[in-house]
Design a protein around this ligand. Sequence first.
Ligand code: DX5
Ligand code: ZN
Length: 225
Amino acid sequence: MAGPLIAPSILSADFARLADEVAAVHGADWLHVDVMDNHFVPNLTLGQPVVEALLKVTDIPMDCHLMIENPERWAPPYAEAGAYNVTFHAEATDNPVSVARDIRAAGARAGLSVKPGTPIDPYLEILKEFDTLLVMSVEPGFGGQKFIPEVLSKVETVRRLVDSGELTILVEIDGGINADTIEQAAVAGVDCFVAGSAVYNAEDPAAAVAALRKRAAAASKHLQA
Ligand code: DX5
Ligand code: ZN
């Protein structure tokens, strides 16, 4: 058992002051960086040059969430650059296992993400190739959306496999996580909680991270360190 991991998403940060915004979440467990290509999702954010620049200004392990087409081609370079975890979307490739192997070979942990409408059952067999499962609790593309509680059944399915020892994987959730929603996600079995607007719209982002961690830890036995 381990305590909850909190991963602030810099999507809700001020992009003109990114280094300061990363420093503002000191104490965070992972730094969640949303890479969008304007094809897989209808939004464009940042890519490898910005990730490389951010890696130079922080020691917080970087969690790259690639909302992009063709992860076969574009995901491994994020691992080579020094990201800690590189997650791509199940919906974006026919070869998730080979992408995961390439990411791991390049030195990072590999993550698989599923959109709210994507079932998890077809992927259960291949999860052993991954270190992280990122369950989207909003449609990917934008911060500040409302949490979709129905996705928690996917979290529960994978939590059961982890608790019974059939699978070793970290369960991460992304979208609409705040003080009101984090507890139900923790109870369902999430290990790592992404929070964008709930952290960066707060007066004190580092205090918001600590408060979210405390709420999650209190909500579920599997998170009591
Ligand atoms: C959305 C991104 C999220 C986003 C979450 O596609 O993957 O990481 O930043 O933002 P909030 O926490 O505001 O829902
Ligand atoms: Zn994300």
